[in-house]
Design a protein around this ligand. Structure first.
Ligand code: ADP
Ligand code: MG
Length: 273
């Protein structure tokens, strides 16, 4: 642990898991272009319920776009994504489109939480207000219940004493832990992390990774885009290496990271390790 980092005392998760069971994601033949640029090129991947998947690859390889497609923030041109067999958004087979109604899409999106590189907290709300906002406004949970749950979540990420702090009063690592608690507050089946530690000072990285490790142990389905190869090796069940919008190879970390099949994977790892 680098000096200066916060030693995080994580509360044992009060319920078996803050997330709901399930969370199998199937990505089938997803393609996406921006004008002439193909950003996702026929990506297929199945993520088992309760598994931890690390997505690695150079900048520009399509990792964020894939996460955004899973969360239906980005509309793919081709293919489908399901969570526990239920379609997210739509399915495009050639010219045939099957699309859910907007209301259904919003309902399904609650199954998927997302944590961004830059935390994206509401600056004018305290930590606890950031956490209760969506449960109250999106899910209609009574405020007193949402506040009680938010306190549990703050304890779970080691921030029981920061409920009343505004984002600007928190370190980057603390802000990211609030962002994780906020994502958990909707009780998603799956949590997506897009480079959750890339914006942090090095000494703050571990306090966020420790929280993610605790989530991994609790059986939450996690997908993490990361440059932290050591973390991927330790925590992931599956490592996926992407290049130019394609999955070049995927498999258990020991195989992909230590004995990659593909020369492109070897080149990438040689650069980052
Ligand atoms: P990564 O997360 O692996 O760095 P991204 O998924 O963010 O890659 O981006 C993949 C490619 O798609 C990049 O070349 C990026 O510039 C391009 N891209 C991403 N979003 C857009 C967009 N909204 N419009 C045009 N190009 C985009
Ligand atoms: Mg990205």
């Amino acid at each position: 642990r680098a000096p200066g980092g916060e030693q995080v005392a994580l509360a044992p998760s009060p319920s078996a898991a803050a997330t709901r069971p399930g969370g199998e994601i199937r990505i089938g033949g997803v393609s996406k272009s921006f004008g002439p640029l193909t950003v996702l090129d026929n990506v297929s991947l199945t993520l088992r319920s309760g598994s931890v998947t690390a997505i690695i690859g150079q900048s520009g390889s399509g990792k964020s776009t894939l996460l955004r497609a899973i969360n239906h923030l980005e509309r793919a041109d081709q293919g489908f994504i399901t969570i526990d067999g239920a379609l997210i958004g739509y399915r495009q087979d050639g010219d045939t489109l099957y699309e859910l109604k907007e209301r259904e899409i919003l309902k399904r999106r609650v199954d998927i939480g997302m944590v961004f590189q830059n935390f994206n907290l509401f600056p004018h709300l305290t930590a606890i207000e950031n956490i209760v906002e969506a449960p109250v406004s999106v899910r209609g949970i009574p405020r007193v219940h949402a506040l009680a749950e938010a306190r549990n979540l703050l304890a779970r990420v080691g921030l029981a004493d920061k409920a009343g702090a505004y984002p600007r009063q928190l370190s980057g690592g603390q802000q990211q832990r609030v962002a994780i608690a906020r994502a958990l507050a909707l009780k998603p089946k799956v949590l997506l992390f897009d480079e959750p530690t890339s914006a942090l000072d090095p000494e703050l990285v571990n306090e966020v990774l420790d929280v993610i490790k605790e989530l991994a142990r609790s059986g939450t389905t996690l997908v993490i885009v990361t440059h932290e190869i050591g973390f991927a090796r330790e925590v992931a069940d599956e490592v996926v290496f992407m290049e130019a919008g394609r999955i070049v190879e995927s498999g258990p970390p020991a195989r992909v990271l230590d004995t990659p099949d593909h020369p492109r994977t070897r080149e990438f790892l040689a650069k980052v390790l």
